[in-house]
Design a protein around this ligand. Sequence first.
Ligand SMILES: Cc1ncc(COP(=O)(O)O)c(C=O)c1O
Length: 351
Amino acid sequence: MKKMTTMNLKNNVSELIGNTDLLKLESVSALTGSNIYVKCEFQNPGGSVKDRAALQIVLDAIESGELKPGMTIVEGTAGNTGIGLALVAKALGFKMLTVMPKGQTPEKERMVALHGAELKLVEPCPFANENHFYHTARRIAEERADYWWANQFENLSNYKAHFENTGPEIWKQTSGDIDAIVSVCGTGGTIAGNSDYLKQQNKDIDVWLVDPEGSGIVNYLKHGEYKAEGGSFTEGIGIMRLVENFKKAQIDHAVTLPDQDLVTISRYVRDYDGLVLGSSSALNVAGCIMAAVNNKQHKNIVTFACDLGERSFSKLYNEEFLREKGIDENHETMETLIQRYKTMSNHVVTV
Ligand SMILES: Cc1ncc(COP(=O)(O)O)c(C=O)c1O
């Protein structure tokens, strides 16, 4: 059958990935005096920024001949990459096995299953343990010739997805009038691809990395060692080791911010912009506020709405869960939070 191809007619679900909108958050922009924009990555068909990495990883593996018809893709993931890969796998004719640690939100486990992927849950454990979800996925592919490991942490197709697509989209959408980008980091694909591309257009664009407590990136950037204190209920972000995708990131500033702030910010953005942010997206907006109050010259700041609150419903938006974590939904107002951030410049690491 002849395929119809026009500007708005797609022939495969995977073609819906990317070209997301850029949305100004009027509420926090008004409060900070900087224009804060979120790239609406939740518009991807799998509902997260990780669809981009999933698609590029699969397309490159098909092209190189590593991934052959009939094979099963296997990946260890906190969830969103597993959902993106499940969607891309089905759309392009592969099977998918997602390996996830127990304890991620059931919302994501359900989405993996909904997309028709097989789900293997493993006990959460330190990376050094061979039963870690990363090693489990690798081992399955090593032991079985019909399984192919996506390896999102070390596979640079992940970085490439953002260098070739997300970065250029942001540059075009802002007509190059962009002062700073802010990003969380899991594999580092998002911050690396975008910072590398955007710095090649304008080396003065200020790149901020924002990290949850319990992640070692900020300490690594400051002291060269992955060390961390505390913990976080965020998922898919923060890391305790150096990986290939992160190595390509060009970072100017980095800061660690607590989960309590994500609660304050997500409620405010929900109530005044109508957008229900996921946990990492709320942390991204926190990072934008930090960047704005620390540099009054920043007119336009861009970050990522990596997914929506439906993926963190049972944690970020769950009163009982928050109470158990000692987090108060009415701890402080946004105005107080912003005043506090103004006094926190000594928490910012300049790279
Ligand atoms: C919700 C969410 N935000 C952010 C990220 C981090 O993106 P990256 O792996 O490109 O650093 C992830 C990664 O899985 C994620 O699931």
